[in-house]
Design a protein around this ligand. Structure first.
Ligand code: FPP
Length: 254
């Protein structure tokens, strides 16, 4: 007999137009998950990798095309040095270990953020995975690393100013589309759905420009406990939303 979540998957897949193309996730609650078990915070991050794998698999099952994960923010450097080192090591170890699987699953790995701020060794691991998956046609897995939304906007403003100064861009041609071309996420559609775990109701400097009209979904589940069922519930909830993008609902406005 089909279980509750298989039925939920079936009903989600029956509305293919309402499957979010791009899902972004603020993976929060690793530290609390570990504290509840009297474990160090880093054990929470380690456990978070399992949730990442389950979420990537479920996103593929659903036909989500882009999955952006907030893996390390530009503010995360302010954490204790040992935690930063553990997180960085976990990210590169996981990338190296999962590379064959990513290739096998046709996943294309990309990164968003100031990658130049990472050590050469970490950058090499990431660049290798990006390079080896660049022709893959399945899910685009976007890791936000050393990412900050305000910095991203400032970097875009600076690049635009340089282009104007160099005579490559006319001020009158700067519009929303042109501006977005200068963001780290150039080429990616804006997220349709933003999930935040652990109950915090904040954007935390994540994709500030790109989430203007994104649907928000906040759940109390801590990130290491997130998985297929939770993603299915989030997408089913998204399918009930009425996305108007500032307009009135044509069906209701008469
Ligand atoms: C937030 O929890 C989580 C992070 C800052 C790191 C997220 C990283 C992973 C899940 C590791 C693996 C990722 C990949 C892509 C391989 P928190 O530490 O802020 O938790 P707290 O709010 O309970 O303290």
């Amino acid at each position: 007999m089909a279980n509750k979540y298989d039925l939920l998957l079936e009903s989600i897949l029956a509305q293919p137009k309402m499957i979010p193309k791009h899902v972004a996730i603020i993976m929060d609650g690793n530290g609390r998950w570990a504290a509840m078990r009297d474990k160090p915070r880093t054990a929470g991050h380690e456990a978070g990798v399992r949730a990442v794998k389950l979420t990537v698999e479920a996103a593929m099952e659903l036909g989500v095309q882009y999955l952006t994960l907030y893996a390390f923010s530009s503010e995360n450097w302010k954490r204790p040095r040992s935690e930063v080192a553990a997180l960085m090591s976990l990210l590169s170890r996981t990338t190296r270990r999962e590379l064959d699987e990513l290739i096998k699953q046709d996943v294309k790995l990309i990164t968003t953020g100031r990658i130049s701020g990472l050590s050469i060794a970490r950058r090499r691991v990431l660049a290798d995975a990006v390079q080896k998956t660049r022709n893959n046609r399945g899910l685009v897995l976007n890791l936000a690393l050393n990412y900050g939304g305000r910095t991203e906007i400032l970097d875009a403003v600076k690049a635009i100013a340089h282009s104007v100064k160099a005579g490559l861009l006319d001020v009158k041609d700067i519009n929303e589309e042109r501006f977005a071309e200068f963001l780290y996420t150039y080429g990616l559609p804006d997220p349709d759905l933003l999930i935040r775990t652990s109950g915090e109701k904040r954007i935390s400097n994540f994709l500030l420009w790109q989430t203007s009209y994104t649907e928000l979904y906040i759940i109390d589940t801590l990130w290491p406990d997130f998985g297929r069922n939770e993603l299915l519930e989030a997408v089913a909830d998204y399918q009930q939303r009425d996305r108007r993008f500032g307009k009135v609902d044509s069906k209701k406005s008469g």
